[in-house]
Design a protein around this ligand. Sequence first.
Ligand code: FAD
Length: 570
Amino acid sequence: MNAGDRPTVLILGAGINGCSVARELVLNGVGAWIVDTHDVACGATSRSSRLIHGGLRYLEYGDFRLVRESLAERTTLCKLAPHLVEPLRLYIPVARRRGGLLQSASRFLGLTRSKMLSRLTRLLQRPSERGLWTVDIGLWLYDRFASDPETPRHSVHDLAEAGVPRVDRSKYRWLCGYSDAQMRFPERYSVSLLADARKIAGETNVDFRLFTYSQAEFADGSLRISTAAGDVLSCTPPLVINATGAWGDLTLGRLHVPSQRLFGGTKGSHFITYQAALKEAIGSAGVYAEAADGRLIFVLPFGGAVLVGTTDERFDEPPERAVASDAELTYLLSTVNQLFPDVHLSRTDVTLTYSGVRPLPYAAGGAEEAISRDHSVEVHAHHGIPVLTLVGGKLTTSRAFGELVADEVLHRLSIARSATTVARYVPGGECVPRDRAALAQRWQELASQFGLTVEQVRAMWALCGSRVAEILETQRIGDLDPACGTSVCGSSLPRIFVRWVIEHEWVQRIEDLVERRLMLVYEPGLSRRTIGELADLLAEAGKLDPTAKTDTVDVAVHRIETVYGREIPA
Ligand SMILES: Cc1cc2nc3c(=O)[nH]c(=O)nc-3n(C[C@H](O)[C@H](O)[C@H](O)COP(=O)(O)OP(=O)(O)OC[C@H]3O[C@@H](n4cnc5c(N)ncnc54)[C@H](O)[C@@H]3O)c2cc1C
């Protein structure tokens, strides 16, 4: 695993953190092989609430370092990946002037992080909603930590004001507005990091490879990789990085690396609805509100839909088993109906659900929401090879976490850092017009140039930003048959684009395409026919045996029904 005198490390896990570390290392001349037992971003990365946030709640726990870092990263990501990370205004409904100060203070003093004290404080304090003063102090601090002149500061609104979410007027008196950001597709962000790493590696002759649906294990002092293609590769990397998130302990076990328990994941579930009344009630903003038990829930715009989450329950099973339970759904639905009693949201309005496990550090007791969301690196060694395990982290801090891990690796390999990602655009983030009119104009130009509709360009742009032009140019659209410009059934994505994705974005299975490259699992128009057309395109690219098409479509439909609880029409 050496390209010339450059070492190549082995990264296990292609979630947002594994991808971030790989890009950071390759940029600094260190090769990276990434092995994932499934697909890019198929773990917590695609099961999150998709917010790029400072973590207002963490202020109550006194996690000031984390809040400051998260807010700085929020600003950085909005600049470097504006096609994938967009500012979002959120509102907190408030019913009373006073309240919640005692609970906030007990969280701040760390009482909720101890099992016994947590029970005691819960007994002594009835749930008391955070009042206007408590929220205002928190948001004032949040603005101070952000110290970002371009981000609008917090504000207090009367419920009758135009442009604010229409929460229950009989219960609430004010709405407190503040700024955060949303990364609608962390799956696309992760793939973009890999694309950047591949590009840098190609330009600098550094070794970079990704093996999805593959396994790595120690064998006779080296590592053996069994790939999806059936090959077995052997390597002796100077370092192994365990970036397998909530699977981290299981991975160490499989590698026979002795370790104490590092992870204590909690499960979080979400649902997505296209119900028009709720969409209208929140408008283009998000709502961050207390449920009846004092936990905080997000109601967020998600393209043409609304995303609601999340729960927070200890989960000791293998992370891939996490699915949204009936109890979680009932809890989320009732919270939404308490906030917006006029929308009458019901189970039949839920289009799909998803659930994931947070890779949190193990904590024997205390409240789930009190477990720190900060990140750290644990070091072990096996057969003389150091194994660095990434514990914790968030989407928001993934770039900074990647930087921290790369510093540790560079230090261990005695290599000086030569470059940083702090000002490096994520592919597709370059030349993105900043105002909506200029962006619409750019889409119009691309549509005219390539003979597509604006809607088709917009759909591709949502996935890969300004790379759309480069992608369409490489496909030499004029030379192809007219069907290439038509969209895949139930979406606005042209077939020509899908072909490019299949060829360039490490697609192995149909579920990679539907769930994590084209993001069609979240599209209202997804049908069996859509999946059939994608299967044809995969077969055309030599990635699917045409005789296996019907079975493949059946399996994909069944997976969406069981994992996402989404019914797929014919
Ligand atoms: C419910 C929920 C809500 C969240 N909301 C937010 C939010 O709004 N904002 C935010 O910033 N963060 C949020 N997070 C946190 C964030 O999603 C995670 O911290 C982050 O995605 C972790 O990324 P990761 O790369 O470490 O792990 P993962 O994304 O879980 O990736 C781990 C990868 O390792 C692979 N793997 C497993 N075992 C092996 C093995 N033996 N060998 C090789 N590969 C293996 C898996 O297939 C997977 O692809 C949320 C998380 C959850 C669960």
